[in-house]
Design a binder for this molecule. Structure first.
Ligand code: NAD
Length: 285
């Protein structure tokens, strides 16, 4: 079994983005800018935003976080987005999800200028992904594809089973795998006999949020295992959705949690924001 080291690859990507930022600044006087909207006091959301801000600082981006109270109105968030859409110093806009129940999340995501949609959640970019066109792709599944490529794991013609069907993880993951000519199955909470499906997987990708959902007897010998889940165990440690201790004895490759998909998500946010900065720079010429 070999570990798929997302931490090491993310550091390599960060170094590349750092160099590209220096060049863009030198050549065009442009510093890529990311704006984040963080609503309420959810501990996990605040921690993710903090990690993203630190990564922006490391590669030389300008970043700003708009912190808003839990009881914020729809209008107030929308006005901030409209402002950021117009702001030439902002290349990427990220809305940290989930938003509180009084907020219409779909409306918020649809308001982000698709050329600044570095999370790839706008229906315009979702449509481009599913039709195989260039656009912004959600960071977590994009990070998984980079990790597979780094280890020369080609999914073409392989049976890929995605467990979890959310708009931010499972569905875009499945679209990317399909675009790469894999045979794709998507499982979710209503899937009958999950094991029957997971046992067919040459590559099993799990993003659910349930500790130890995937056990050794649910995995084919020598399968590739991508654990996207991030859960806090009773002992306070971060763990994925896969029973790492036992599954790792049976598979060919596996992502650790932490240190697998998580750091790749942040690296992809950086490269998506740089891509947005290049697009916006070309519009200024
Ligand atoms: P979500 O709650 O929006 O979606 C969960 C999905 O899992 C749903 O499609 C649901 O049908 C399915 N599901 C739930 N229980 C199931 C079960 N018992 N069997 C089969 N399917 C089941 O969650 P999400 O936002 O997609 O996040 C999923 C996990 O991925 C979470 O642990 C989250 O923390 C993690 N995540 C990690 C990263 C990263 O950077 N590594 C990024 C985003 C999310």
């Amino acid at each position: 079994m070999q570990l798929l080291d997302g931490k090491a690859l993310s550091q390599k990507i960060e170094q590349t983005v750092h160099l590209q930022v220096k060049e863009l600044k030198k050549e065009a006087g442009i510093v890529p800018g990311l704006a984040v909207i963080l609503v309420g006091h959810d501990e996990a959301s605040a921690a993710y935003v903090n990690m993203k801000k630190k990564a922006c600082d490391r590669v030389g981006f300008y970043s700003v976080t708009h912190e808003m109270p839990e009881d914020i109105s729809q209008d107030a968030i929308e006005n901030t987005i409209i402002m950021m859409n117009k702001n030439p110093n902002i290349d990427g806009i990220l809305i940290q999800l989930p938003l509180p129940p009084q907020i219409d999340t779909t409306k918020i995501l649809e308001l982000v200028d698709p050329s600044k949609d570095v999370d790839g959640f706008h229906p315009y970019n979702v449509g481009r992904l599913t039709t195989g066109l260039d656009g912004f792709v959600p960071c977590t599944p994009l990070g998984v594809m980079h990790l597979l490529a780094e280890y020369n794991i080609d999914v073409k013609g392989k049976n890929c089973v995605v467990v979890g069907a959310s708009n931010i993880v499972g569905k875009p993951m499945a679209a990317l795998l399909l675009n790469a000519n894999a045979t794709v199955e998507i499982c979710h909470i209503f899937t009958d006999d999950l094991k029957k499906h997971t046992l067919k997987a040459d590559v099993l990708l799990v993003g659910v949020g349930v500790i130890n959902l995937i056990k050794e007897d649910m995995v084919k010998q020598d399968a590739v295992i991508i654990d996207i889940g991030i859960n806090r165990a009773d002992n306070g440690k971060l763990v994925g959705d896969v029973d790492f201790e036992n599954v790792s004895k049976k598979c060919s490759y596996i992502t650790p949690v932490p240190g697998g998909v998580g750091p790749m998500t942040i690296a992809m946010l950086l490269s998506n924001t740089f891509k947005a900065a290049k697009i916006n720079a070309s519009k200024r010429v």
